[in-house]
Design a binder for this molecule. Structure first.
Ligand SMILES: [Zn+2]
Ligand SMILES: [Zn+2]
Length: 433
């Protein structure tokens, strides 16, 4: 029986929606999520969780725990927003200056908290053993929070970790996100008057540019899954001063760590060569490094069964009209909302992009759910995602995700055999590395 879960979610729906809205209306970017973390902590505390802050030394991370005995089920909450994606929750482009939840992490955080509370409540009511732990994971959008937390051994005691992400489809994710290194290059040259005494100068900007030229030539000679992108974060001050300082920020990605590490090595060689050619000095700093996602088929299949039992989110005509209006704005074909469940395909799907959830997936068996919270086919990190994440349709998808995750968590607490199988699969996959 999963009635306790449904009952708790129904009784607390208004409060859960308010939590998602509070985070939506206080969008905070990576590392700045003070109010969002506090809102989640308060919600969990009110529901009997004991909360400790500053997890792994991250000021906007937290750990919230409830329950006793085995197993220990982890839920991964994210709540960071994106810069310049502020938008009112309406079906046309209506920007609000500043940050916005263009990845739907307001729903993500609130949905996770709701699932954890519903599960803990059900365990309590049914007198079942099990610890429910919510990790407040900041800085997902710079692929960092969970990596720092994993390196601090946060997830090592957990029997399984559950994550979810708002999407335009209902599925248990079979997606393998890319391994990634985030790296900064700093070049130090010598300034001089760029017209009167250029021969005295050594341009740090030249070194940065040469690095990028070399990397752009490198593109032809790396495996096709490799992605190398950069921005200039410092490129000089005035045209008549030879820049004595320049800075590049790189993301280097590939489908596997091995390929990514080799590409990373070659990008560093390019920067070294550029510094040599320009008589400048180069320093590089690795900001984060994430592995590719390790899938766990045992957990995926078990979660898929719960997805089938709970079904897809049920949208109102108003939700459908909202999504259709957004599609029209973007010139996308209907249907506006996907209302079916995607089957498990049985093989991994390699996707571009990276997530720090991958770091957790190598520490404990991890599984990710997607539910429809957005109009079909809209681009990620876009005003339309912000719009849907503040609208009723987003909250409808979130409620369904909370139900599926809580029911799945209960299943894990009841079936020790399932967790043992998931652990065996996990250990075997790690050994192969
Ligand atoms: Zn994102
Ligand atoms: Zn996201």
């Amino acid at each position: 029986m999963t009635d306790w879960i449904t009952e708790w979610l129904q009784q607390n729906k208004a409060e859960i929606d308010r939590l998602a809205d509070t985070i939506f209306t206080h969008p905070e970017t990576a590392g700045e999520e003070t109010q969002s973390a506090a809102a989640l902590e308060n919600f969990l505390q009110k529901n009997g969780f004991s909360v400790s802050k500053n997890t792994a030394g991250l000021p906007t991370a937290f750990t919230a725990e409830k329950g006793k005995g085995e197993p220990r089920i982890a839920f991964l909450a994210e709540y960071d927003a994106l810069p310049n994606l502020g938008q009112n929750p309406v079906a046309h482009c209506d920007p609000v200056p500043g940050n916005g939840h263009g990845c739907g992490h307001n729903l993500l955080g609130a949905g996770i908290a709701a699932a954890a509370c519903a599960l803990a409540y059900a365990l309590e009511q049914e007198n079942l053993p099990g610890q429910v732990v919510v990790y407040g994971c900041p800085e997902e959008e710079i692929c960092r929070g969970k990596i720092v937390m994993a390196n601090a051994h946060c997830f090592d005691r957990d029997d399984a970790a559950i994550s979810w992400h708002p999407a335009d489809k209902n599925q248990v994710s079979e997606e393998v996100f890319q391994a990634m290194t985030s790296r900064v290059f700093r070049f130090y040259g010598k300034s001089a008057h760029a017209a009167a005494s250029p021969e005295m100068g050594r341009s740090a900007l030249d070194a940065a540019e040469l690095t990028n030229v070399a990397v752009n030539y490198l593109r032809e000679h790396v495996p096709t899954d490799v992605r190398m992108h950069y921005v200039y974060t410092h490129a000089g001050d005035k045209p008549n001063i030879v820049p004595n300082y320049a800075e590049l920020w790189y993301y280097i990605r590939a489908a596997s760590r091995k390929t990514m590490l080799d590409a990373d090595r070659r990008v560093i060689l390019a920067a070294e060569g550029a510094a040599h050619a320009t008589e400048t000095r180069m320093e590089t700093e690795e900001l984060t490094r994430s592995p590719e996602t390790l899938l766990n088929r045992t957990l995926m299949e078990a979660m898929h069964r719960q997805l089938e039992i709970c079904g897809a989110p049920r949208f109102t005509q108003q939700d459908k009209d909202f999504a259709a209006a957004i599609q029209k704005e973007l010139g996308l074909p209907g249907p506006a909302l996907e209302e079916t469940l995607r089957p498990l395909g049985g093989s991994p799907r390699y996707v571009p992009g990276s997530t720090d959830v991958s770091a957790v997936s190598w520490r404990t068996p991890t599984v990710t759910l997607n539910t429809v919270c957005q109009a079909r086919g809209i681009p990620g990190h876009h005003w339309s995602v912000t719009a849907c994440s503040g609208a009723e349709l987003g909250r409808t998808g979130m409620s369904k995700a909370a139900q599926i995750m809580a029911c799945f968590g209960r299943e894990l607490c009841l079936q020790s055999e399932l967790l043992r199988k998931a652990r065996d699969e996990f250990e075997q996959a790690r050994c192969q590395e």
